[in-house]
Design a protein around this ligand. Structure first.
Ligand code: DOR
Ligand code: ZN
Length: 363
């Protein structure tokens, strides 16, 4: 199923059509999962993006280059007919990451970056790094290779308030990493705070930040609007309104240190609508429509292509994509949810009327 097929335009009155044709974009932060979930969600990402940085937090996590190569094979096998999508794999860093394997995987282009989860910070991070100081030799190796480290920047100390965990981590750990490794390329993943975007700016261009569609829409009050909203719960959790506004400003500013990383993170409805619901928002199906709406609202449409399709490629040292995708100012109504294994996955803003639709992709 293509994304175009997944959208049914409402029978609304005709509106003037305005079209934005941009170079095909990349999603630099994607959770594709495995098995039936992979098969179900991959068309949504492949329908919008040319390449994706694929997160390694499977069970068990993707910690070796052999595991990454196998995972890439499974992703390619699950690809829908006719899709043109390149998965770029990542290494899950642990306390026991083998530097030789890290180097081999990077040099053989099996993986393009490594993900640093502080142990216990989020979904499937139990095998993450417990002692960031002890990771120094690995980070030195990455610095030498020019291999980016993608950091889930949240403190794991349960005594730190959940809404302060990003700012706390940045101040107490991230700055230490950046000062110690002055040539290391770092992505501050899913920025959710003013402090996050300020830190990215002050260390750019060797530091960049990804921004998700949902953090541009949600603040922490949204989590409780009319009742508990499990489908808006993700990590890092949405913050106060002034943080959301800072993210919108950063994304639409034209600064090259910010780019797309949707953090699309599907969980079955049963896992989300639970007494202890999983963190993650499945936004792959509505990502570009959501981002472009923000750029439209902020009068920044001419800057959308750089944020979506250029800044990340330049940061990662990848060639720009050749093809194009159309975004059309025309109402569309995405599916409420995607069926997976007798259950379903709720789509971020699914069922809402969008002002923008996805048009033709040319590869
Ligand atoms: O909300 C999240 N979900 N944040 C993460 O860091 C992980 C992700 C997941 O894998 O579900
Ligand atoms: Zn993620």
């Amino acid at each position: 199923m293509t994304v175009t097929e997944l959208f049914t335009p409402p029978a609304a009155a005709e509106q003037p059509v305005e079209k934005l044709v941009i170079r095909r974009p990349d999603d630099m932060h994607v959770h594709l999962r495995d098995g039936a979930m992979l098969k179900a969600v991959l068309p949504a990402t492949a329908g919008q993006f040319a390449r994706g940085i694929i997160m390694p937090n499977l069970t068990p996590p993707v910690t070796t280059s052999d595991m990454a190569a196998d995972y890439r094979t499974r992703v390619l096998k699950a690809m829908p007919e006719g899709a043109e999508f390149t998965p770029l794999m990542t290494c899950y860093l642990t306390d026991r990451t083998d530097p030789d394997d890290l180097i081999r995987g990077f040099e053989e282009k099996i993986w393009y970056a490594a993900k640093l989860y502080p142990a216990g910070a989020t979904t499937n991070s139990a095998h993450g790094v417990t002692d960031i100081d002890a990771l120094s030799p690995i980070l030195e190796t990455m610095e030498r290779l020019g291999m980016p480290v993608l950091i889930h920047g949240e403190a794991t100390d349960p005594a730190v308030d959940i809404f302060d965990r990003e700012a706390y981590f940045l101040e107490n750990t991230m700055v230490k990493i950046l000062e110690r490794h002055q040539g290391l390329k770092v992505v501050v993943e899913h920025c959710t705070t003013e402090q996050g975007v300020a830190l990215v700016r002050s260390y750019a261009p060797r530091v960049a930040g990804t921004i998700t569609p949902h953090h541009l829409y949600l603040n922490r009050t949204s989590l409780f609007q009319g009742g508990l909203r499990p489908h808006f719960y993700c990590l890092p959790v949405a913050k106060r309104e002034h943080h959301r506004l800072a993210l919108r400003k950063a994304a639409t500013s034209g600064e090259t240190c910010f780019f797309i990383g949707t953090d699309t993170a599907p969980h079955l409805r049963t896992a989300k609508e639970s007494a202890c619901g999983s963190a993650g928002v499945f936004c792959a199906l509505t990502a570009l429509q959501s981002y472009v709406q923000v750029f439209d609202e902020e009068n920044a449409l001419p800057r959308f292509e750089a944020f979506a399709s250029e800044n990340a490629a330049r940061f990662y040292g990848l060639p720009l994509n050749d093809g194009t995708i159309e975004l059309i100012r025309k109402p569309s109504r995405p599916l409420v949810s995607l069926p997976v294994a007798d259950v379903d996955v709720a789509v971020f803003r699914g069922g809402e009327e969008f002002g923008w639709s996805i048009g033709e992709t040319r590869v």
